[in-house]
Each structure stands twice: as structure tokens, then as C-alpha cells.
Design a protein around this ligand. Structure first.
Ligand code: HSE
Length: 407
């Protein structure tokens, strides 16, 4: 029998513990042995839980117990998860995590530590919740090159965008709804300002390239400034606004960003609604590959954690590619100012004729948006480098109300 410990008895940790009982036979088959949760570490007590007698408050009991083969870390945040994970790896225990912030910021050192100690540090649940995404890239696509990933990586913001479109409601109203439904945290900053998606695209970039980029190098734009006018314009363009995390290989580097984009209606990502996540990858052998599913929630995420538990205990992880990451060398991430996009631009406080004349001079062959409301000018630019587009935008007459990149 393999004995494991779970640190963090919240939604996901609780799901992991109950799955070890409910799916015990399947887990035995995949791991090659019975799996028993010996300890649950949390600050709180859970007197009404059937697992109350396994709850402890001192991490050293886990670290110093030679019977523990593996630690599941579902605490979230960097501290104390980093110290607990490092101590467990140094003690020769596998660590499995759902903690995207820790993986994005410290995954490189934790994977190195795991390698040095002959154990695994696995993180399937950190991106896309229950979508079998990371292992698929690391195993099934191991002899293919992922050249780009574009994805809806945050369920909360996708719910907000879906409700703004379908309910015709404001960002603030949709956020309040998401909070009432328990999708968004009381402090929703990490979701709405793109930091959650930033961590996830950093992880996906590293899974595909073996190189982890710095968060400061990932251009990240909030979606909290989106208005119903933006959502309406996207609809009239035949698409939908989505918060897109993206990485594209460029030469021997990458371009990485998170920002709201108007996704063309022909792109399946435009039709991913509610709290669902989706990742569209481009590979050199297969072309387009898509992953879709629940990116959060107790059982989808706990199931992903368990898949790592079985990969670690069975030793299957040893054949996965990019088991350790390298830190990005200088210049690996291309400056966002050089990246090229088509842009949707809306201007008020000037005559439509004047704006469109200026737009043609400044941007070249612009396309007018169908059904533009009276009093504003709306157009889509040709593909332009960010830097050049910013200069042209600054030279437009009137008030620039909105600039959104297209996908
Ligand atoms: N806050 C995240 C989301 C949870 O909304 O997608 C899953 O990582």
C-alpha cells in the first residue's frame, strides 16, 4: 500500500481525499498499488468529516514519516506551499499540485529538486482543471512541436463575458453574478486582471518549450474595462470577446500575452461559453489540436490531481518530456511592442467622416464595422505591429473609447 498526505483540505483537497475512497479500484489499477491518505494537513479542524482523525497541523509529521511516498499540495499561493513542497521533495517524496501560482513562479526550482531526489513534481491540475492537457502535450505530443497555444484559461472571466453578451449586462453586474454563484473569489483581481491566465500560459509555454518565462515578460491586460459596447461590436463582427492567453514560437524565442480579444466566429474559441476552458494548440505534425472542458471545480480538478498521483506512484512520469524546465535566457520573450495584430478601434467626439478619413491615412486599408451606432466611428485595422499601431491611435481625432485586438 502507498501512503500519501494531502496538504490543504479545501474544495480540491477534499475532492482528492474522497476520490481515493470512491475510485479506489481504478486508482489501484493505475498506480499499481492501493493508495491511502494517511494525513490531511490544514490549519482548521474538521470534527464532522469522516476523515477528522487524519487531520494534523504540523507539516513535519508528514516530512519525517518514511511511510509517506507522496504529498498532494492543494493549498494555493506561494507561502508556505513552496517551503512545504521543497521539504517534501528533499525528503524523497513525490509532490503533486494544483497550485498554478507556485508552479509558474517556482516550478523550475521544484522540478530540479524533484529530479535531484529521484521523485516527481507534477502539476496537471494547475491549468485547465479537469482537461487532460499537460500530460497530453508531454506524452502524446512528445515527438511533435507545439508552435502556438491560444486558450481560454480562466473560467470566471469567461462566465462574465458570456453573461455580458447573452444578458446584455455590464461587467460589474456579471462579476456580481459570478461571485454569487461562487465562481469568482471575493477578491477577483487575479481572475479579472489576467494574472490567473498569465500563470497558466506561462506553464503551458514551459510545458511546450521546456523554458519558463518571467511573469514580467508576459504582456497582461485586464478585462475589467470591457463595456457592453465592446461586446456588441464583437457580435456585429460575427465573433465574441474572450480573454485569451497565447504563446507563439518566433524563431528561437516566443511571444506570450494575455488580453481580451475579439475572436472570429469561425474560430471554435468564440463558442466556448460559461465557465468552460478551451485550449487551441498548433503543432507541426498535426496542425490544429483542441482541448475543451471544465477548468475548475472540485471533481474535475481533483481527478486531474489523482492522474498525477497515479503517474508518480507507477513511475509513468519518468517517460514524460520536459520533466525539468530551464529559465528563459535574455531575449527569449519577444517584446510585445513588436507583436502584430489586427485591431478593432472605436472613436467618439469627432465626425465619423473625419475619423474614417484619418484612419485610412494612418492605418491603410481599414474595414468599417457593420451596424455601427450613431455618433461613433468603428473600424478594424490591417495587421500592424503594436508600436506602429499605438502611434497611429494617438494621432486619431476625437476620443478613442476602445482598442481590442482580434484573433
Ligand atoms: N479562478 C480560476 C478560474 C480557477 O476561474 O478559472 C481555476 O484555476
Amino acid at each position: 500500500m502507498k501512503k500519501i498526505a494531502v496538504i490543504g483540505f479545501g474544495v480540491v483537497g477534499g475532492g482528492v481525499v474522497s476520490l481515493t475512497d470512491e475510485n479506489a479500484a481504478m486508482i489501484r489499477e493505475a498506480s499499481g498499488d492501493d493508495v491511502y491518505v494517511k494525513y490531511i494537513l490544514d490549519l482548521r479542524d474538521f470534527p464532522d468529516s469522516p476523515y477528522a482523525d487524519r487531520v494534523i497541523h504540523d507539516v513535519n509529521i508528514i516530512i519525517n514519516d518514511p511511510e509517506i511516498d507522496l504529498v498532494v499540495e492543494t493549498m494555493g499561493g506561494v507561502n508556505p506551499a513552496l517551503a512545504f513542497s521543497s521539504a517534501a521533495l528533499k525528503a524523497g517524496k513525490h509532490v503533486v499540485t494544483s497550485n498554478k501560482e507556485l508552479v509558474a513562479k517556482h516550478g523550475e526550482e521544484l522540478m530540479r529538486l524533484a529530479d535531484e531526489n529521484g521523485v516527481a513534481y507534477l502539476y496537471e491540475a494547475s491549468v485547465g482543471g479537469g482537461i487532460p492537457l499537460i500530460r497530453s502535450i508531454r506524452t502524446s505530443l512528445a515527438s511533435d512541436t507545439v508552435t502556438a497555444v491560444r486558450g481560454i484559461l480562466n473560467g470566471t472571466t469567461n462566465y462574465i463575458l458570456t453573461r455580458m453578451r447573452d444578458g446584455g449586462i455590464s461587467f460589474e453586474e456579471a462579476l456580481a453574478e459570478a461571485q454569487q454563484l461562487g465562481y469568482a473569489e471575493k477578491d477577483p483581481s487575479a481572475d479579472i486582471h489576467g494574472f490567473d491566465a498569465q500563470r497558466k500560459i506561462m506553464i503551458l509555454t514551459a510545458v511546450a518549450t521546456g523554458v519558463i518565462v518571467n511573469e514580467a515578460d508576459v504582456y497582461t491586460e485586464t478585462m475589467s474595462k470591457l463595456t457592453t459596447a465592446d461586446i456588441d461590436a464583437a457580435k456585429r463582427l460575427g465573433g465574441a470577446v474572450r480573454l485569451i492567453g497565447s504563446f507563439v514560437r518566433e524563431g528561437d524565442g516566443v511571444s506570450v500575452s494575455v488580453c481580451p480579444r475579439i475572436v472570429d466566429g469561425k474560430n471554435p474559441l468564440a463558442h466556448v461559453d460559461d465557465v468552460y476552458n478551451a485550449v487551441s494548440a498548433v503543432t507541426s505534425l498535426t496542425g490544429d489540436v483542441m482541448y475543451y472542458g471544465r477548468g475548475a471545480g472540485r471533481y474535475p480538478t481533483a481527478g486531474a490531481v489523482i492522474s498525477d498521483v497515479t503517474a508518480a506512484l507507477s513511475g509513468a512520469y519518468k517517460t514524460e518530456s520536459n520533466r525539468t524546465w530551464k529559465k528563459a535566457p535574455a531575449g527569449f520573450v519577444r517584446p510585445f511592442a513588436e507583436s502584430k495584430n489586427r485591431m478593432y478601434i472605436r472613436v467618439s467626439d469627432a465626425s465619423v467622416q473625419e475619423v474614417m478619413d484619418a484612419a485610412r491615412l494612418l492605418f491603410g486599408d481599414v474595414t468599417e464595422v457593420p451596424g455601427t451606432p450613431a455618433g461613433v466611428a468603428e473600424f478594424v485595422t490591417p495587421i500592424l505591429a503594436e508600436e506602429a499601431a499605438a502611434k497611429a491611435i494617438a494621432a486619431l481625432p476625437g476620443t478613442v473609447e476602445s482598442v481590442l485586438r482580434l484573433l
